[in-house]
Write a protein that binds this ligand. Structure first.
Ligand code: IMP
Length: 429
């Protein structure tokens, strides 16, 4: 039997509640893979039920780490800060979820975020062209990767050559720190000590993930790929330069973990929140500017899992959904946080207008996007609290209609609807 792959990705600006969907889908997977980003992602999962819940916030480790027997993979498309990764591995391990070379594989091709990448991002955010990043050193790490000056996990096995790998990017970063930002530079000894310290903690986990995954798939197993961030933060398809610096969509699975999606039986699950939230700067056309935004933020606990920043809230936006349908249409949709909207007089944004004209394609230029006005419509809402509903038929008809409207905007069938943060609060259709 041929192997199967499910890719879960965010269809909006990240924070759609992907981890919760991945946690559910991981039940049937033997391997869970991350293929992009780093610890700019924050995945909160809730374990246990009936007042015994515990929250676990994961930044690097795939959500499968809490499921016994599941192998978790950090793919080569990721960027890893060794110190923070090791801390997370130790924390999760001591929370009772074993992190061993049997449960975790780290790709030799993943790039390392080192202290000079971090120092550069801090300087740029403090004094340069501030973009409100998560300040995890993500974009300098990807930038050096594309300058062919990256330091990779595989370099840890050849520390005698690592100084050579580090020399050029360090000189480059230090020149910017010193001359552009008048900041302290980072010494070679500091970087080398950083690399040496992580060798014993990380090397035992290093294994070529592409060949490993091919073998598991050939054996007929099921692999789940967990995208970080979301379509609108994709560096090519999203709202550049307010995006992140990696490709976030299912297409990135191939380069980011070496899985040839065309070869295997593949499902693509797009995760969409029932409204829109966003951290960071940049135009947000359907942003809610009255107290309903605040109500949704509070009820939905819309504060960044990584940075604690309050998220901006917007109405469901059909232009975003249509963009997703055009560039990476999911085979199935998972809608989250519908319970948050009960009792709120809702609106939806069913189009954009620029200079009086309806806009067809989601704008590529941020100047054009900033010039767009939302075309809003009132939506018949529902009053009944639907938290914890587990059957579609338990939802009020108006709530069902709202969900169907979302499905139509994405041109994708609705497969899952989450009605609360607990594992059991899920409708499977
Ligand atoms: P960076 O990824 O830290 O470079 O940040 C670039 C932009 O992406 C900022 O607006 C961040 O707030 C946003 N971002 C990065 N990761 C996430 C995420 O996991 N969820 C939501 N927004 C994110």
């Amino acid at each position: 039997m041929a192997g199967t792959v499910t890719v879960v990705f965010g269809t909006q600006f990240g924070d759609e509640g992907k981890a919760r969907i991945v946690d559910y889908l991981a039940q049937n997977a033997s391997v869970v893979v991350r293929y992009n980003g780093g610890d700019n992602a924050g995945h909160t999962i809730v374990i246990g039920a009936n007042g015994q819940q515990r929250k676990l916030v994961l930044h690097y480790l795939p959500s499968g780490i809490v499921r016994p027997g599941v192998v978790n993979v950090l793919g080569r498309g990721m960027v890893l800060s060794p110190g923070r990764l090791i801390t997370e591995m130790e924390q999760v391990h001591s929370a009772g979820f074993p992190v061993t070379p049997k449960s975790l594989i780290i790709s030799p091709g993943a790039h390392l975020t080192l202290s000079f990448h971090q120092a550069l991002e801090n300087a740029e955010e403090d004094e340069g062209d501030r973009r409100n990043t998560t300040r995890r050193g993500i974009s300098p790490t990807y930038a050096f990767k594309h300058l062919y000056q990256g330091v990779r996990v595989c370099d840890l096995a050849h520390l005698e050559h690592a100084q050579e790998r580090v020399r050029q990017p360090l000189a480059h970063a230090n020149a910017i720190l010193e001359r552009v930002y008048e900041r302290d530079t980072v010494a070679m000894e500091v970087v080398m000590a950083e690399l040496e310290a992580c060798v014993p903690h990380l090397l035992p986990f290093v294994r070529d993930e592409a060949y490993y995954l091919k073998d598991r798939l050939t054996a007929g197993e099921h692999v789940l790929c967990e995208g970080a961030q979301g379509l609108m933060l994709d560096v090519d398809l999203g709202i550049y330069p307010y995006s992140t610096s990696s490709n976030t969509t299912p297409a990135a699975v191939n380069a980011g973990a070496g899985i040839d999606l065309l070869r295997w039986d593949t499902q693509v699950v797009g995760v969409a929140k029932a409204y829109i939230s966003r951290v960071g700067d940049g135009p947000l056309v359907a942003e809610i500017r009255d107290e309903r935004g605040e109500t949704i933020r509070e009820r939905g606990n819309e504060y960044g899992a990584t940075t604690g920043r309050p998220r901006r809230i917007a109405w469901f936006d059909a232009m975003l959904a249509n963009h997703c349908a055009v560039v990476c249409r999911p085979t199935k949709l998972a809608i989250t946080k519908i319970d948050i909207l009960s009792g709120i007089p809702i609106e939806d944004c069913y189009g954009y207008r620029m200079a009086g004209e309806r806009v067809r394609a989601f704008p590529v230029s941020m100047q054009d996007l900033a010039a767009c006005e939302p075309v809003l419509g009132k939506v018949p809402g529902w009053d009944r609290d639907i938290t914890g509903a587990t059957y579609w038929d338990d939802l009020p008809p108006r709530c069902q209609q709202y969900l169907e409207m979302i499905g139509e905007a994405y041109k994708a069938p609705i497969g899952l609807v989450s009605t609360g943060p607990e594992r059991s609060q899920l409708i499977v259709r």
